[in-house]
Design a protein. Sequence first.
Length: 525
Amino acid sequence: MLEEKLFIEDSRTSLKYEIPIRNNAIKATSFKEIKLPRDGPGSTRRAQGGLKVLDTGLQNTAVVESKIAFVDGENGVVQYRGHPIEKIWNKCQFEDLAFLFIWGHLPSPKEKDKLRSDLASSAGDIPEAVIMAIKAFPRTSAPIPMMLAGLAAYVGSDPESVPTTMGGNIYHGNLPAVDKGIIRALAAYSVVAGLAACHRANRPFTRPNPDGSYLENFLLMMGIVDANTGKPDPKHVYAIQRTWALSAEHGPTNSTSAFLCTASTLADPLSCLISAVSSAYGPLHFGATEVAYRVIQEVGTVENVPVLIERVKAGEARLFGYGHRIYKTVDPRIEGAKEVLADLDAYSNPLLSVAVEIDRIAASDEYFISRNLNANADLYGVFIYIAINIPPELIPVLMIGSRTAGMLAHWREAMGMSTFPQNFPTPLNTCIMERASCSNLAPTADLHWRHHCSGQCSTEIKAMRIVANVLLYYASMFAERVSARIGVSIEIESIRNGLVEMEDAKKESIFNATYLALYHCRLLT
């Protein structure tokens, strides 16, 4: 097979380069070989380390190789390890998909039963610190912060699961430890979700049923049960099962990437999950579902939808539940969500009629058509949770829960790699750097390194001044103490004068103070 290559000619140097293409991708590090001569024009700090790829927001950068999911936003295709989503979303239970993601194949009945049993058993083992951490919150608090505290308490209750506490790596290359961590993380998430929901509602927490499925226990612990039986309504469990299956995995999304970024430091899975949940709670991620519902509540009636649409087109409002970073066509998950809504008789909800009207008008409006903006699964999916009496503020809790198995599958995949480098993003420095000349490096020299920011620094100058003044203050104190100890005369005033200069500066970067402080400290060591 002919080797695929990318041919590049650098107009700055007339040099030519060949970069291998594999799986329709090139390695970003290959660009480091494209450099300017050290003594040529423009060969300053700007060209150090070779050519960089600037991709703000990682819009076209693959950060990991993965076999877990395939998402084609141009054609509206989603596959879970080769299984088209439309063929399995309404057939697989949580344990089926979790096993598929994590261990690579759909489970046998025996494997499925063991996973279910392990999850229920782990969920029943709740450290007292977790309960106390969540109960310490006011009942009016949002559920996600409660859950983050509960997850942190889980971490603190098991120091042997924390690599730093144990003196180094525990999980990388150790899949048995990874698998144990996965079970505990999935169980812990369901527990803290239940504890938070019950604490907010001031109702007793019910521990998981050892014989229950993951979703049955999830709803049981949250108190989302039939008033007559005290158990989750099977119709509701089935609705959540299918809804979760529709969004169970979507590649390295923001939250999954946050999980993997933390994992790249070899942290424990619960600490990684805390990072992911924090990311997912933002209004541009799973928090969008709660925001979308509240916007629809404000619209109120179908008659008010045109006003909202015009405000969106005028840039006066944001239409949550519409448009998607990946999908440039119809979100393939929407039809499934509509089917679940029909099964729940949810179309009697007048607010769902508002959502349908938003979709109808926007889908035929040139403003949205020209921008490839279509309804996403959140616009309809939120009403599935409303139909089973889940408060809007708890909806992100369940939606994040749908993604946890996928996150942990990516973690297991990463921990099984021979190398999993720490994520260490490289900035593209846009500051112009000048270094003032100096006659010598004697302790009494007055050396100033100036960094003049080429960007708009005025909005950040106050914060820069505060940090700079702190750095200068400690540098001067350090110089005074060492000067008194070793009898060397230090120009303390030259340091303190920096405080005055920083106050008067209009566009001074924090680096000015940093280098000045470090310079004086270096002279005294």
